[in-house]
Ligand binder design. Structure first.
Ligand code: HEC
Length: 272
């Protein structure tokens, strides 16, 4: 037997690999430890956690800044929209590039359609920092870009393209034609037809209830003032925005708002 053919394994590994059940348990333990080590620190490190989400959150935090434990403020105004420092004071004045903002009423309704229809089973919303992804989809995603996403829509399957920066890539008209019958515009597409979304009116009260819940989330809640300044204390403005709209209109509004919140400047390394 040549050296080449020898099987190098320990007795422990040998036993493990012959016992499927034990192997499965050890894999689960290893993955769980790895996952915890990776995820838990993100909730506590000052430069990854917004001040309102850190243990012992302080009321002066408006959710658009990081704070170190000794109180030093790290402003995030360039990435997260802060009405106090921005020239756009309410959600209605907000323009693309002003920074990450919470979803408007119609977009919130569209997001619910996106989840209900399982779009995430084929599409991710998370551009990884690799050259090929950057060339195809645009700048890699920032953590803050999904800070108001409860639950996040990062996804893991790329049957279809990543949608994290699809906002503004096509006209509303293209989106409508494509969602109705994808093969009308992309003959080789395997995406299902969604023409019936045009017949379904948006659920106004459910959407208003969702907006209110978003202000109470344990992590990165939407500062309530952002909604009440735009829609009034009774959210009547949100109902007006949703009036007469269909699930299709809502879904298009949601897609057109994806990924254009932050003004990405050439040459800036956003990981610093
Ligand atoms: C079975 C998998 C599948 C599902 C489910 C699916 N898509 Fe797609 N989608 C695709 C594929 C494949 C493409 C690429 C071909 C094309 O443009 O149609 C695509 C393309 C797209 C595009 C164009 C992206 C670009 O950059 O060109 C958008 C927008 C889109 N899908 C939105 C949606 C939405 C919204 C839903 C849910 C209502 C959805 N998709 C459900 C597979 C899917």
């Amino acid at each position: 037997m040549s050296d080449h053919d020898k099987i190098y394994s320990t007795k422990f590994q040998d036993t493990l690999e012959r016992k499927t059940g034990l192997m499965a348990i050890t894999i689960a333990v290893a993955v769980a430890i790895g996952g915890i080590v990776e995820i838990v620190p993100l909730f506590y490190l000052p430069n990854t956690a917004m001040c309102a989400t850190m243990a012992g959150a302080d009321p002066s935090c408006n959710n658009t800044q990081h704070k170190t434990r000794d109180g030093k403020v790290i402003p995030m105004d360039k990435i997260v929209w802060n009405p106090a420092t921005s020239t756009s004071k309410t959600l209605n004045d907000w323009k693309p590039g002003d920074g990450v903002r919470p979803y408007k009423a119609l977009e919130t309704a569209g997001r619910a359609v996106y989840i209900r229809e399982g779009c995430y089973t084929c599409h991710s919303q998370h551009i990884r920092p690799f050259r090929d992804e950057k060339d195809r989809y645009g700048h890699y995603s920032f953590a803050e870009e999904s800070m108001y996403d409860h639950t996040f829509q990062w996804g893991s399957t790329l049957t279809g393209p990543d949608l994290a920066r699809v906002g503004g890539k096509y006209s509303d008209d293209w989106q409508r034609r494509h969602l109705r019958y994808p093969r009308d515009v992309v003959p080789e597409s395997v995406m299902p037809n969604y023409f019936w979304l045009e017949k379904k009116p948006v659920n106004v009260e459910e959407t208003v209830a969702t907006l209110k819940v978003m202000t109470k989330m344990p992590f990165n809640p939407v500062p309530e003032k952002m909604y009440t300044d735009a829609y009034g204390a009774d959210y009547q403005g949100a109902r007006t925005e949703l009036q007469g709209k269909t699930d299709m209109d809502a879904l298009i509004a949601y897609l057109q708002g994806l990924g254009n919140h932050v003004k990405i400047e050439e040459g800036v390394n956003y990981r610093d």
